[in-house]
Design a protein around this ligand. Structure first.
Ligand code: NAD
Ligand code: WQD
Length: 345
């Protein structure tokens, strides 16, 4: 049996897939989540996939005392993967303080509790949003971080700076993973993205339109300087993303880090336009997506995709799944949700 890992936000979209990968790799897992953007039933889904029900602690990590109590109870952790945060860009523009409060206090409370208990391996969920509108493509990790466009993006930039300063002055070691655009669902069809309310992100909006929950997809702008005029992103399958977290934990445990704070881009290394995503979905599902062009969405950058050489060479990790796999699995998940196979609505 391998060691025990705390996964904060482990009931959420990327966290739940990571818990599955960790358990399938022999790790014991404790999830800490306040269920503000996830459902308790995910525990059973994880158990159905892996045969193991992870330990679950209902904790709001914004509460320093509750976070300390969590670590008092689980003193035998060998690492922490920190997903817990709010993630809706638009909402962060409306309620910046909520975002600064949750994303920064949850991080600070978690690493303070780790340091108190001499737990030193920390994997952080960062985002390609820190690159803003990059001057050159693809973006590698040396690309300058730009002033954030949203408070959400700013919490990721500040979090990375906070981690950098902390590893330089304490025993903490960290790997920050900058995700590009996570998409798709688990190949079992048992876990996936669970947007609360109207989805902000493209892929769940497409699948909800296909299932009939939304009338029409708005494509935000077709006048960008890209081949078909729509924005380009680097969509990465959530299962590939999840595997990178296991590799990161192993790298830290094996003391293979070159620096105490490392940053890796996680993407496929190539971009697809909004129209290509729609076409791919239509191809794998056989369903036509009604869409119309509307104006550009404020804050959207025309194109961004990752240079993933560092993750490929240093972590020995590479994305294996393609856009077809992402669309196919997202569609199966949406249908399973609609048929009440996951939660009885
Ligand atoms: P998610 O909302 O599905 O999962 C986050 C989980 O954290 C949820 O289960 C939520 O209940 C929990 N949580 C939030 N605040 C908490 C708190 N104070 N205490 C305890 N639990 C709390 O989001 P996700 O898509 O899985 O994203 C996970 C991480 O990855 C986030 O940090 C997000 O910013 C980052 N990220 C996401 C994307 C994306 O497009 N999904 C892209 C880049 C980075
Ligand atoms: C993708 C493309 C839209 C919805 C966001 C965050 C980023 C990171 C990943 C957390 C864009 C277009 C979308 C729709 C559309 N998250 N679109 N109609 O904006 O690239 O990245 O999620 O860290 O920080 O900003 O992802 O899925 O919202 O959009 O035309 O209804 O789809 O304009 O070009 P985005 P997205």
């Amino acid at each position: 049996m391998k060691t025990k890992i705390l996964v904060t936000g482990g009931m959420g979209y990327i966290g739940s897939h990571t818990v599955v990968e960790l358990q399938n790799s022999g790790y014991r897992v404790v999830i800490a989540d306040n269920l503000c953007n996830s459902k308790k039933e995910i525990l059973l889904q994880i158990e159905k996939i892996t045969g193991i029900r992870p330990d679950f602690e209902l904790v709001d990590l914004q509460n320093a005392d509750a976070t300390l109590r969590l670590f008092e109870k689980h003193k035998d952790l060998s690492g922490v993967i920190h997903f817990a945060a709010y993630k809706a860009v638009g909402e962060s523009m409306e309620f910046p303080l909520l975002y600064y409060h949750n994303n920064l206090f949850s991080l600070i409370n978690t690493i303070q509790a780790m340091l108190k208990h001499d737990i030193n391996n920390f994997v952080f969920s960062s985002s390609c949003t820190v690159y803003g509108n990059p001057d050159k493509l693809p973006v590698d990790e040396k690309t300058a971080v730009k002033p954030a466009i949203s408070p959400y993006g700013n919490t990721k930039r500040i979090s990375e700076e906070l981690l950098y300063d902390t590893v330089n002055t304490t025993s903490l070691k960290s790997i920050s993973l900058r995700y590009f655009n996570p998409a798709g669902a688990h190949s079992s069809g048992l876990i996936g993205e669970l947007p609360m309310g109207v989805p902000n992100n493209l892929v769940p909006f497409i699948t909800q339109t296909a299932i009939g929950k939304r009338d029409i997809l708005k494509v935000f702008g077709n006048d960008y300087s890209t081949p078909d005029g729509t924005c380009i992103r680097d969509y990465i399958h959530v299962e590939d993303l999840a595997k990178a977290h296991v590799v990161s934990i192993e790298r830290m445990a094996g003391r293979k880090q070159k620096n105490s704070f490392e940053i890796f881009n996680l993407g496929t290394g190539s971009g697809n336009s909004v129209l290509e995503v729609i076409k791919t979905f239509e191809k794998v599902s056989g369903i036509k997506i009604p869409f119309k062009y509307t104006g550009r969405r404020p804050g959207d950058v025309p194109a961004v995709w990752a240079d993933t050489s560092l993750a490929n060479n240093e972590l020995g990790w590479k994305a294996r799944k393609n856009l077809d796999d992402m669309m196919r699995s997202a569609w199966i998940w949406e249908q399973n949700l609609a048929e009440g196979k996951i939660f009885s609505m």
